[in-house]
Write a protein that binds this ligand. Structure first.
Ligand code: PXP
Length: 236
């Protein structure tokens, strides 16, 4: 299984002081040198962490694959078509949320998302949709043109170590199986950490995990190189 590292929170820290450090671009070099298979950055509407200039530089410096997370808005579509990242991951976005809360509701806006996805695919950008692990969302994702789904592991992560863990894990496993059977490639992420990530290895259809907060948090104590190396060991 591959490891994508989300570098948003390096930029969160940088922006806290409004200066230049820590530099998310420097983080890319460290992540890639220590086993990251791709780099994810989320350009949010409010630019609270990653900013437009970062995305332009990321496109130039990322040697693995740049995955741009973004909302389904005209502004983001325009930026993606200009930057041409390797892939985009479509996420729901609410201004007041601390982090992405639920998955994108593809099922109730299938026409809108299909139209949104078309020019991205025509530009050669791979498209993923970040969805909750439900049959309804997976069947919709398979119809919208996206080649990938990213399954939201937030509920599994919250339930880890509680009586609900198995049920939440089973949802991810079943969702992954169905998505794979429908011809989609399957990624997963959100809330995964050094304790709960090991169960993802039991899901054979999973292609890549996207992990941010726990890696950047561990890096505060161990350094980023060590934090990425340790996660890579758990994922591969
Ligand atoms: N995948 C998606 C679609 C996300 O929105 C996020 C959070 O930015 C992640 C993965 C990474 O989540 P975490 O920071 O909890 O590892």
């Amino acid at each position: 299984m591959l490891l994508g590292v989300n570098i948003d929170h390096v930029a969160t820290l940088r922006n806290a002081r409004g200066g230049l450090e820590p530099d998310p671009i420097q983080a890319v070099e460290v992540c890639e040198a220590n086993g990251a298979d791709s780099i994810t950055a989320h350009l949010r509407e409010d630019r609270r962490h990653i900013m437009d200039a970062d995305v332009k530089i990321l496109k130039k410096v990322v040697k693995t694959r740049l995955n741009l997370e973004m909302a389904v808005t005209d502004e983001m579509q325009k930026i993606a078509l200009e930057i041409k990242p390797h892939s985009v991951c479509l996420v729901p976005e609410k201004r007041e949320e601390i982090t992405t809360e639920g998955g994108l509701d593809v099922a109730s806006q299938l026409n809108k998302i299909t139209k949104f996805v078309t020019p991205l695919l025509e530009a050669g950008i791979l498209v993923s949709v970040f969805i909750d692990p439900t049959e309804e969302q997976i069947r919709a994702a398979a119809k919208c043109g996206a080649q990938f789904v990213e399954l939201h592991t937030g509920q599994y992560s919250i339930a880890y170590g509680t009586p609900d863990e198995q049920e939440e894990f089973d949802k991810i496993r079943e969702a992954s199986r169905l998505a794979h059977a429908l011809g989609l490639k399957v990624n997963a992420g959100h809330g995964l950490n050094y304790k709960n990530v090991h169960r993802m290895r039991q899901i054979l259809d999973l292609n890549e995990l996207n992990i941010g907060h726990s890696i950047i948090s561990r890096a505060v104590f161990t350094g980023l190189a060590q934090a990425v190396t340790e996660m890579k060991e758990l994922v591969k």
